[in-house]
Design a binder for this molecule. Structure first.
Ligand SMILES: Nc1ncnc2c1ncn2[C@@H]1O[C@H](COP(=O)(O)OP(=O)(O)O)[C@@H](O)[C@H]1O
Ligand SMILES: [Mg+2]
Length: 390
């Protein structure tokens, strides 16, 4: 009884949609400042569920279930952590007076790659040439118009799933098949993009406050393999001109999407220093985990404060740093153990997180190393193995 009163009077109730490693850190940040967090995902014991007050296990693409969960809990804030959510429910919830973070529009437009890309183009941002295809034949004809090498991605997917590059007709056929197998949701649609032979790529963590004020963290450099995040570092070595181009573009995007929260805005930088918008997520970003090491307030602390409408503290970089993923092997499944942490910690600059995922999957991200330089992060990560236990 007492607890219920306390909950109602003091704690903001957060419904977190998605309970992976980013959700786990966000939940910790929210718990530290007194929030009550209900975490949701499709599987039991997901990382964020291990640190939250309550959890709900269901498919967030199921319109009726998601509506019911929102009605049952009546949260003060609905905070998506993944793309695979029935976003019409969030548009309706916002209309009915719920706070969707950063905004239902932002979540709806970023759920699918095509919507956000079209928006970026209409705002005049520089992007790779692109087209969409709904059949193998259409993919082949659209790719021909774009150029020799193209990237092919399902319109709904993340972490590189279903993503590949193609040069020839046969490769395009294989890309079509791979994309359809890797897609999430039920839209048989792919985006086909000009392959950008970039010099490097960055994430610009961009903060939008309720007042409309926009601010930025230092740019984060990152490296991806199989379309999936491998390591990142902050600050990225960008010229002032590159930073200025990225800030102008990111600011346009987040102001258009509206609301409050932190956004991960991804850019390619070509060899001439031209900044090309790639994609945007309206929430903390995997490459931004490095901020747990480098900044006085991490991307999770920032998101937590800004979504609650609290004033943003001064964000400073305390030190440069890097992060490196700890991955499961290609064919991994089932139970596991993580070995070698003691060895990695022989370097006194090293810190780490283990996400506590219940089982292995192919290349699944199981943890992260944080260190003061990229070399140190790579060396520490090499000392760690994720072993299958049968
Ligand atoms: N058009 C492209 N040209 C070159 N590399 C690309 C292109 N599109 C994607 N990539 C590479 O694949 C990575 C993942 O692609 P992205 O569109 O960000 O997908 P995800 O939503 O899975 O993160 C990028 O960070 C980049 O390294
Ligand atoms: Mg990306």
């Amino acid at each position: 009884m007492f607890f219920k009163t306390l909950k109602r009077n003091l704690m903001k109730k957060i419904l977190l949609l998605g309970s992976g490693e980013l959700g786990k850190e966000l939940t910790i940040s929210l718990k530290r400042i007194g929030c009550y967090v209900i975490t949701c995902d499709a599987y039991k014991n997901a990382p964020a569920m291990q640190v939250s007050d309550e959890s709900e296990i269901f498919n967030m693409l199921d319109k009726n279930k998601l509506t019911k969960i929102i009605e049952n809990h009546k949260p003060d804030f609905i905070v998506p952590e993944v793309e695979a959510i029935e976003t019409q429910v969030l548009l309706d919830a916002e209309t009915n007076g719920y706070n969707v973070i950063p905004s239902a529009k932002a979540v709806n437009l970023t759920m699918n790659r095509d919507r956000i890309r079209d928006r970026a183009k209409s705002l005049g941002l520089q992007t790779a040439s692109f087209a969409y295809a709904e059949t193998e034949q259409e993919l082949i004809s659209e790719a021909k118009k774009i150029g020799t090498k193209v990237a092919v991605k399902p319109v709904m997917s993340s972490s590189g799933k279903g993503q590949s590059y193609a040069n020839t007709k046969d490769e395009l056929k294989a890309s079509w098949k791979f994309a359809i197998e890797g897609m999430r949701g039920n839209r048989k649609r792919v985006i086909v993009e000009e392959f950008i032979d970039f010099d490097y790529e960055i994430t610009l963590l961009t903060i939008l406050e309720k007042s409309g004020k926009v601010s930025f963290c230092q740019p984060i450099g990152h490296f991806q393999e199989r379309g999936d995040y491998q390591y990142s570092w902050q600050p990225a070595d960008c010229s002032n001109d590159v930073i200025a181009q990225a800030q102008v573009a990111a600011s346009k995007m987040v102001k258009d999407l509206g609301g409050s929260g932190i956004f991960g805005v991804e850019f390619f930088v070509d060899k001439k220093g031209k900044v090309i918008f790639s994609e945007l997520s309206p929430r903390p970003h995997d490459t931004g985990m490095v901020t747990m090491y480098t900044q006085n307030f991490s991307q999770f602390d920032i998101h937590a404060r800004v979504l609650l409408g609290l004033p943003l503290p001064e964000i400073k970089m305390n030190r440069p740093g890097a992060s490196h993923v700890i991955l499961a092997e290609k064919n991994a499944t089932g139970n596991y153990s993580i070995e070698g942490i003691e060895k990695a910690l022989e370097d006194k600059s090293v810190d780490f997180r283990i996400f506590g995922k219940p089982s292995l999957k192919s290349y699944r991200r199981m943890g992260i190393i944080l260190a003061e330089t990229l070399d140190k992060a790579k060396i520490a990560a090499r000392k760690i193995s994720v072993l299958s236990k049968t």
